[in-house]
Design a protein around this ligand. Sequence first.
Ligand code: CTP
Ligand code: MG
Length: 231
Amino acid sequence: SGYWVLVPAAGIGKRMGADRPKQYLPLLGRPLLSLTLRNILTWPGVAGVVVALSDDDTYFEHLPEAGHPQVHRVTGGAERADSVLAALNFLATREAGDTPVLVHDAARPCVALEDIEALLDDDVSPSALLALPASDTVKQSRVEGGRSVVDSTLSRDSVWLAQTPQRAPLALLHSCLRRGLERGEPVTDEASALELSGHRPQLVPGRRDNLKITHPTDILLAETILRLRYA
Ligand code: CTP
Ligand code: MG
């Protein structure tokens, strides 16, 4: 019983432009991935965690969570979806197909327990994701004479920004992700893999706190969020 958490952590952090992959940069003196894993291990009902790492990762073994009995590691792939697939391949050999799986980016250390509880609520669909209702007006663009111009304005009420965790039953996610990758479709998150196979994951309202550490200023924001929360 319980659910598994898959943590893609095999990226290079190109946009961060640091001397090492961003998941190993210090936040409040601790490596980002360590904070994310520590957070996940406090979620009620976690049966286990699978972390997907780069094949030349030399940092993970030094994290305190590396030796945790519930934390398993696999080798990730070239794209995020390949890393998630590697974790699913591992899990599929040990758990039943209806096991709930949550996929959560290593780069999101600040997700709040309340958001996890909302995503796991009995009334929520087995396929669901945290997402943020858009607060800015969103423009659809096209290129005209070499410049980007506004094509249309999307209705803000229907625009959401996808976050993680994203949840789905193990076998369903496994087959949809495999199919999406085989067809060469753009699979940038778990929901898009499900959508490509005709499923309609539920959007569960999340919060801005759950930012993805992507650019250098995100570290400062995340440190402030964590400091306020745990002060
Ligand atoms: N990720 C992964 N395997 C990849 C690429 C990304 O496991 N081949 C993970 C990252 O480590 C991160 C999450 O997916 O935890 C979200 O990806 P992103 O924020 O894009 O991280 P990076 O790909 O590392 O950053 P960038 O795109 O700037 O290079
Ligand atoms: Mg990336």
